[in-house]
Write a protein that binds this ligand. Structure first.
Ligand SMILES: [Zn+2]
Length: 444
């Protein structure tokens, strides 16, 4: 078992009851002044410890906040110094926009639960001056900050007050301390994951026997649809020069996709949790970016988002359940035949959602098959060999829609029954459908 710390950033809007947005603005202007002072002194060759001692003394912020701001400004410079070789530019000596107000929980800002079930905030904008009110935000983030305020294992950490799109937002970090996550090598079930633009496929294999315990394809057509719609919308705005609106549209899109991906990640972790002592195995992202062969820039942008985001959401939620993750080299997982007697690898094996092996004729849903290959790759990494595999269970599909329902997918499930011949390995359609409902009913 490994001990680890999990930190996540939650973002909220502010409903102000006491004080004004102008007070927040004043606080962030003072933060900017301090940030610029740190940069000026650094350029003048000051020792950083002297900067740490001097700048807070002249600041109109409580001491904690001043220290946080100086560290934030120094971090920027440090990041630049670390990446200088890669051609990173030095931070601007003087910025004109407001600077995020970084505060610690307690003195700098304070969250608490109200009797009505809201989350009350208090931001110290300068010594003895406060802006107070309640947070608003997605149900998911509100739920998580409430958990952090109420549970022993959680700590509410620093927050940043930022002005984005004419709106004030509070970005709060919450940390789960001393979390115990299993060790990948000791897992009893190996779950391969294949993330796509419109679905995520999961395949669980038994660590000892190497047989496929179960698999599922969770479709999210709304995410793909919405991303395409917004992409077109933004492009039109760019052409019309409506840059300000473009930002708003991007925020809308991000919120929707973010929310949906959270729900999908919850579906995934719930499905994985049915197995004893599992490990979740992803394709290595860095390798994958290199391997992506969708040609155009548009495709790349459309495809890149769910990979990274969905993976980080799944990892985060899984870690809370004590489930570890691991990754494998993604090369050929989409092209290789999963039958160990065959293992034929050819690009032409895959055509959209259909996998058909050119050598042995094995057919399957391409993404589910890829998930199996990810798990196989993990076996290969761990043991140096892949357990014998000849057939796969029928493909089960569930659908995560924007309305939150997970309904039975279309009839393609039967068509996609895998196997060298259809009759040999596919279970009766009726049985597959019953299982589908079981999965659907456990997913909210
Ligand atoms: Zn084959």
């Amino acid at each position: 078992m490994q001990d680890s710390e999990l930190t996540h950033t939650l973002s909220f809007g502010l409903i102000i009851h006491e004080g004004t947005p102008e007070d927040l603005h004043t606080a962030c202007r003072e933060a900017r002044r301090m940030r610029n002072e740190v940069n000026r002194l650094d350029r003048e060759g000051w020792d950083w410890n002297d900067i740490r001692n001097t700048v807070p003394e002249r600041a109109h912020h409580v001491k904690n906040t001043s220290q946080q701001l100086v560290e934030k400004a120094l971090d920027e410079i440090k990041t630049y110094l670390d990446h200088r070789e890669d051609g990173w530019g030095r931070p601007h000596p003087y910025i004109h926009e407001t600077y995020p107000l970084r505060m610690n929980h307690g003195e700098g800002y304070k969250l608490s639960l109200t009797d009505a079930g809201d989350v009350h905030f208090r931001v110290t904008t300068q010594p003895y001056q406060y802006v107070k009110g309640v947070l608003r935000g997605s149900p998911d983030h509100l739920e998580r900050v409430k958990t952090a305020l109420q549970s022993d294992g959680w700590r509410v950490g620093t927050a940043e007050l930022v002005s984005a799109h004419d709106e004030w937002r509070l970005r709060v970090t919450v940390t789960h301390e001393h979390h115990t996550v299993g060790t990948p090598e000791e897992a009893d079930a190996v779950v391969g994951v294949d993330i796509n633009e419109d679905c995520v496929a999961l395949a669980a294999m038994n660590r000892d026997a190497g047989d496929v315990l179960d698999s599922v394809v969770i479709e999210y057509p709304d995410i793909k649809r919405v991303r395409h719609e917004y992409f077109t919308k933004r492009k039109r705005m760019q052409q019309a020069g409506q840059i300000a609106f473009e930002d708003v549209v991007r925020t809308e899109e991000k919120d929707f996709v973010h929310d949906q991906l959270h729900k999908v990640s919850r579906d995934v972790v719930r499905w994985v949790s049915q197995f004893e002592n599992p490990v979740i195995v992803f394709e290595d992202l860095k390798d994958m970016r290199d391997a992506i062969d969708y040609g155009t820039r548009m495709n790349r942008r459309l495809h890149s988002l769910p990979f990274a985001k969905l993976r980080s959401f799944i990892t985060y939620k899984a870690a809370l359940e004590g489930i570890p993750e691991d990754d494998v080299d993604p090369e050929y997982t989409s092209q290789r035949c999963p039958r160990t007697a065959c293992l034929h690898t050819e690009r032409a094996n895959r055509r959209r959602k259909r996998f058909k092996c050119k050598a042995c004729g094995f057919q399957d849903h391409a993404d589910r098959k890829a998930a199996v290959c990810v798990a196989q790759e993990w076996f290969n990494d761990q043991d140096g060999n892949v357990p014998s595999l000849d057939t796969l269970p029928a493909v089960e599909k569930v659908r995560r829609t924007a309305s939150g329902l997970c309904e039975e997918a279309d009839a393609h499930g039967a068509v996609f029954a895998s196997g060298v011949t259809d009759a040999e390995s596919a279970r009766p359609a009726r049985e597959a459908r019953v299982e589908l409902k079981t999965v659907a009913s456990t997913v909210d």
